[in-house]
Design a protein around this ligand. Structure first.
Ligand code: OGA
Ligand code: MN
Length: 279
């Protein structure tokens, strides 16, 4: 296995690995280690059946059942098709358009720790997935701001019907929602990371709304700053996996007349713990 950095911010391309084959414990450990180091891993030219996609994801932990779209894909199935055409007879989800930055499932008590996205059909242009490093984003804040964030919690909500791709102030009372620390301690590396995003974070708990809006926007503008990004331009057969507690991602727009089909699996994570708070 070889790893080639994809940007100065985060991301590495793993070469010399065929994910359709069983792998040794040593190789798995190497991949696990570079995943934590690089936050986002890209494997090109993979020929992944549902089974091999599943096997690789499962090697990182228990799978997260698909919950946000159970009305579309049915219970207890681990695959989510992010697609703008039906797959296996069911409509895809998050079909079209730009999607703002987010950590996956930050509106659940137990967000996923890793996501595995595999490209089956891609448009000629656009539909890129952008990643930012939330550990670096935190690190680069000045001390005064770090101090200000200490102990804060943020209310996250995701109303799939109203705000699947862009933030909305209005949300259904039943929409999945959860409050998490705004700065978390990474469960495996112990690194401090921002855990608040433009798409899913609604307000900072116990803070006046105007102040909360201003502070969140300041953090989002900072984190989304160009130098912290890697933009993945997809090829069919790419498997991209990310560390959901150390990165965020967003999608650029693309022509809805062209098809884009991605198969996604997520692996369950622990409940995020605030920086400096004993678990
Ligand atoms: C996801 C996601 C964006 C994309 O799979 O969690 O946000 O590029 N995907 O389709
Ligand atoms: Mn996502």
């Amino acid at each position: 296995m070889e790893i080639a950095p994809l940007s100065s911010a985060l991301g590495g391309e793993v070469k010399g690995v065929d994910l359709s084959q069983e792998m040794s414990a040593e190789l798995w450990q190497d991949i696990h280690d570079v995943w934590l180091e690089y936050k986002v891993l890209v494997f090109r030219n993979q020929d992944l059946s549902e089974e091999s996609h599943l096997r690789f994801a499962k090697s990182f932990g228990e799978l997260q059942p698909v919950r946000s779209a159970t009305h579309i894909v049915g219970d207890d199935q681990p695959f989510m098709y992010i697609a703008n055409r039906p797959v296996n007879g069911v409509p895809g989800i998050l079909p079209n358009g730009e999607m703002h930055f987010h950590n996956d499932q930050s509106y659940y008590e137990f967000p996923c720790k890793a996501s595995f996205l595999y490209a089956l059909e891609i448009p000629k242009q656009g539909g890129n997935t952008m990643f930012l490093n939330t550990v670096k984003a935190y690190e680069m804040l000045d001390n005064e701001l770090k101090e200000k964030l200490s102990g804060l919690s943020v209310f996250n909500v995701y109303d799939y019907d109203r705000n699947p791709t862009a933030p909305s102030d209005v949300y259904d009372a039943e929409a999945p929602q959860f409050t998490h620390p705004l700065v978390i301690e990474h469960p495996e590396t112990g690194e401090a990371a921002l855990f608040t995003s433009r798409l899913m974070s609604h307000h900072i708990v116990g803070m006046e709304r105007a102040e909360s809006d201003a502070l969140l926007n300041q953090l989002f503008d900072h984190a989304e700053g160009l130098a912290l990004r890697y933009e993945h331009v997809w090829q069919i057969g790419d498997l991209v996996m990310w560390d959901n507690f150390a990165s965020q991602h967003a999608r650029t727009d693309f022509d809805p007349e062209e098809t884009r089909v991605m198969r996604r699996i997520t692996v369950a994570g622990s409940r995020p713990v605030g920086l400096g708070v004993a678990a």
